[in-house]
Design a protein around this ligand. Structure first.
Ligand SMILES: Nc1ncnc2c1ncn2[C@@H]1O[C@H](COP(=O)(O)OP(=O)(O)O)[C@@H](O)[C@H]1O
Ligand SMILES: O=P(O)(O)OC[C@H]1O[C@](O)(COP(=O)(O)O)[C@@H](O)[C@@H]1O
Ligand SMILES: [Mg+2]
Length: 321
């Protein structure tokens, strides 16, 4: 396929490493004599015609920056048939041969809606949530987990000093991966995640057992998909008889410099997205599976369910006795 000009946008929640992906896309395109337009503020900016040319220099000094230099959005209008049609027409007006969408599971459905109208799209999974089944990791997840770990270590100091239970609420929408990975790395005593419907009485019985065995404090990881920590504090305190506090880590999980892992993931995915376009391998998604980067059909990516890692969950239960 002849490729003269492509577009790139970031969509949904920003994620550390999105800039590294933009950089890789632009540099790979420029290397191959392809022009790049950056579209600001995701699908909203596409409809509002917020296009700006990107050169090799425009993406200098961004590999280590969190957030997204193109900015992002959640667009209700784009989700309507009229919104998608309007957006597809903008792609035609600007003569873009393909569009790279960096975003999460919502954005990949948005990309699919554009592809149904004849736009060539390639999706790069970028979200801290790690909630896309087709890829083992999404850009930003590793950094978000590291940020959570850093914060939890600080909470652990005060938790230990007061013999308290501390609930740490993390992001992830309907996915418990941030809670589970950070919980594993911090030796959390309990996990409350949407994938596992464990009665609170059962969780508290385990917490009491730990305290009876001499554990001085406990970290309880709570995924936001299970509710707010404030609703759990009085219940856990009552069921365990141990003073309980809580913290919502909030947006600090979304910011900051990307980890080495996310920079590498983003660089490979950006590089491969442009190569896929040059090969005509469009309406696709770049994924990493079992340590290998692959380009798979977008329909297949959308249809791939996120499989819960039961083995990891079981291991965490064993290690946290
Ligand atoms: N089913 C859909 N059809 C078309 N566009 C969608 C669809 N779902 C989401 N989008 C678009 O993608 C944007 C980002 O999705 P969202 O779920 O908020 O974030 P993420 O892509 O990070 O999961 C939405 O604001 C909307 O404009
Ligand atoms: O930024 P907002 O609109 O408050 O959204 C918060 C949501 O965004 C996330 O941080 C990232 O989700 P997406 O990548 O799907 O946009 C979720 O973990 C959280 O539920
Ligand atoms: Mg999402």
């Amino acid at each position: 396929m002849t490729v003269n000009r492509i577009g790139v946008l970031t969509s949904g929640g920003d994620a550390p490493g999105m800039n590294a992906a933009i950089r890789a896309i632009v540099r790979t395109a420029v290397y191959n004599d392809i022009q790049v337009y950056g579209i600001e503020e995701g699908f909203f900016g596409l409809n509002e015609e917020k296009f700006r040319p990107l050169t090799s220099r425009s993406v200098a000094n961004i590999i280590d920056r969190g957030g997204t230099i193109l900015q992002t959005s959640r667009s209700a209008f784009f989700k309507t048939p009229a919104g998608v049609k309007h957006a597809a027409n903008k792609i035609k007006d600007y003569n873009l041969d393909a569009l790279v969408v960096i975003g999460g599971e919502g954005s990949m459905k948005g990309a699919k809606a554009l592809s149904d109208l004849g736009v060539n799209v390639v999706v790069i999974p970028g979200t801290i949530d790690n909630d896309i089944g087709a890829t083992d990791y999404t850009i930003g997840f590793d950094t978000a987990v590291s940020t959570a770990i850093d914060a939890i270590s600080k909470i652990r100091d005060t938790s230990f000093s007061h013999n308290r239970m501390n609930i740490v609420q993390v992001m992830g929408r309907h996915c418990g991966d941030i809670a589970m990975y950070a919980g594993l790395a911090c030796g959390a005593k309990a996990l409350i995640i949407p994938e596992k419907d464990v009665p609170l009485e059962e969780i508290c019985a385990k917490l009491i057992e730990g305290h009876e065995r001499g554990k001085l404090h406990s970290i309880i990881m709570l995924a936001e998909g299970c509710g707010h920590y404030r609703d759990y504090v009085p219940k856990i305190q009552e069921l365990t008889g141990v003073e309980t506090k809580g913290t919502n880590l909030g947006y600090i999980q979304r910011g900051g410099a990307p980890s080495h892992f996310d920079r590498r993931l983003a660089s490979y995915m950006g590089f491969q997205a442009v190569q896929a376009i040059m090969k005509g391998d469009v309406n696709s998604m770049v994924v990493t599976k079992n340590g290998k980067f692959q380009v798979i059909p977008l329909d297949e990516a959308i249809d791939t369910p996120k499989v819960f890692d039961e083995a990891m969950y079981h291991m965490i239960q064993v290690l946290s006795i």
